[in-house]
Write a protein that binds this ligand. Structure first.
Ligand SMILES: Cc1cc2nc3c(=O)[nH]c(=O)nc-3n(C[C@H](O)[C@H](O)[C@H](O)COP(=O)(O)OP(=O)(O)OC[C@H]3O[C@@H](n4cnc5c(N)ncnc54)[C@H](O)[C@@H]3O)c2cc1C
Ligand SMILES: *[C@@H]1O[C@H](CO)[C@@H](O)[C@H](O)[C@H]1NC(C)=O
Ligand SMILES: *[C@@H]1O[C@H](CO)[C@@H](O)[C@H](O)[C@H]1NC(C)=O
Length: 427
């Protein structure tokens, strides 16, 4: 009987899971040409393309995805188009909805890599109806169409103001990009206000503190206004109101605050963190559902040398994965490798994270790179000097490998011994 590994999601974690599982199966086949059983690797997702989420606030956003059809064909990954509606942990089955048609698929091992979504906090009236977002391709396309339509709207302060709700990583990159983009679209740069509203007392509360002064300086130079210690309390068709009682007229409020794990995580038993992510062990396996692994934005793993069995006693000094491509890609490789290893009777690998650092794009001319993690991270490159690194990340590193080279594609799934940064990028 053939066995099956099902991967839910074709994002950064899901793609790498599939390549890693295929790689290990391929290596094993080379050593034992007549295996006891076949293992099928199947990816289930709504589309066979990788949406390049970090680039969803750039222009021509509809093009920010990479096709996976050929790559899956070359590597022998089965692609099942559809959305997983439910996971039956006991029977090891998933229900797939493909354009209204439901079917059931069984798995021997499941890798949940369904990503995350923006959270729209309850209690802010108008949020759902009136905000734009850049967390999904369709929503980013809507925003771009709206921005392009601005010049045809009567000039008012509402038209000429964009409010970025949330001054975290995404909000800051978006805010720095907007003045240049708006100028190109509308030609009224001088009259356009871009305002970032952040609840915390600093910009980028999750960024290394060493980055913040430079971020502020750049935003200032770009004319972006920042309001700290301020929460959005209401949104309507003409503007936003804030916790300080201020009303800001805008036709373009963009919500960027907060991401939570995909709702499928709730169907899997075991602890979740405050973002709804499954707490996984050092092999990225769910402790209470041993046939299930999780990777990327749906999973929370320790990145330090934590005790595998110590997930419940959340050590205050412990380091955990972040919702980022930098974590999702290696997590995917380890989860795919370990799911296949488990079926092949091979030892699992302990997940470990090579941290490059934090790289923030700040508009046309600037970027910042802080090496290391947490508050010990130091700014290593900034301004134009950080651009080649950011360009390599967002134009090469996070894209799928070529479909014409099987060996190269399988090697992209190798969890260990990865080269970090090519020479010549300044770090
Ligand atoms: C605007 C923006 C900017 C960002 N910038 C950066 C950055 O600069 N650097 C960085 O490291 N990270 C960045 N991130 C975060 C990064 O994009 C995510 O952490 C990363 O995409 C997570 O990868 P993933 O594979 O877990 O999820 P995703 O890439 O979101 O992939 C999830 C996949 O699951 C599929 N899926 C979802 N539900 C189902 C279902 N029920 N059934 C089947 N398939 C399903 C989706 O269609 C998709 O294929 C940014 C995110 C955003 C939104
Ligand atoms: C990707 O990098 C290039 C070069 O730094 C930049 O122009 C572009 O805006 C970046 N996009 C993102 C999403 O970082
Ligand atoms: C394994 O991969 C190699 C390329 O690295 C390829 O030549 C070979 O045909 C693959 N084997 C199988 C069984 O897919």
């Amino acid at each position: 009987m053939a066995k099956r590994i099902i991967i839910v999601g074709a994002g950064f974690a899901g793609l790498m899971s599939a390549l890693a599982a295929k790689r290990l199966i391929n290596i094993t086949l080379q050593q034992t040409p007549e295996p006891a059983e076949d293992i099928e690797v199947a990816v289930i997702a709504p589309d066979d393309k990788l949406v390049v989420r970090p680039r969803l606030y750039e222009e021509n956003v509809a093009a920010m995805s990479a096709p996976l059809f050929e790559l899956f064909k070359t590597t022998g990954v089965r692609f099942v188009q559809g959305s997983v509606e439910s996971i039956n942990v006991e029977n090891q089955q998933v229900t797939v909805n493909a354009a209204g048609l439901r079917s059931t698929l069984s798995y021997d091992r499941l890798i949940l890599a369904a990503g995350g979504d923006n959270v729209l906090p309850a209690g802010v009236p108008g949020l759902k109806e009136h905000t734009f977002a850049v967390d999904h391709l369709e929503r980013a396309v809507q925003l771009e169409a709206h921005l392009k339509n601005l010049p045809s709207i009567q000039a008012t302060s509402a038209r000429n103001t964009v409010v970025v709700c949330g001054g975290g990583y995404t909000g800051l990159e978006l805010a720095a990009e907007l003045p240049g983009r708006l100028a190109k679209i509308t030609g009224f740069e001088a009259k356009t206000r871009v305002i970032v509203i952040e609840r915390a007392h600093v910009v980028g509360p999750d960024l290394p503190s060493s980055m913040r002064p430079l971020v502020l300086k750049t935003l200032n130079r770009l004319g972006v206004e920042v309001k700290l210690n301020t929460a959005i309390t209401g949104i309507d068709a003409g503007g936003v109101t804030t916790s300080t009682g201020e009303r800001i007229e805008t036709l373009t409020p963009i919500w960027t605050a907060g991401t939570v794990a995909a709702p499928l995580t709730r169907q899997i038993p075991g602890d979740k963190d405050r973002f709804g992510r499954l707490m996984v062990d050092a092999h990225l396996r769910c402790p209470q559902a041993k046939t299930i692994y999780a990777a990327g934005d749906t999973a929370c793993a320790r990145t330090d040398e934590g005790d595998d069995d110590d997930l419940n006693t959340v050590a205050s000094e412990a380091q955990y994965t972040k919702m980022s491509c930098q974590h999702a890609m290696p997590m995917g490789r380890y989860a795919g490798h370990n799911a296949a290893a488990d079926l092949l009777g091979l030892p699992a690998l302990r997940y470990s994270q090579v941290m490059l650092g934090t790289v923030l794009d700040l508009g046309r001319d600037d970027a910042i790179f802080a090496a290391g993690s947490g508050d010990e991270a130091v700014v290593a490159l900034s301004g134009a000097a950080a651009k080649p690194l950011k360009r390599w990340i967002n134009e090469t590193l996070i894209y799928p490998p070529g479909a014409d080279d099987l060996a190269g594609a399988l090697e992209a799934g190798n969890p260990v011994n990865r080269t970090v940064v090519p020479a010549g990028l300044g770090c």
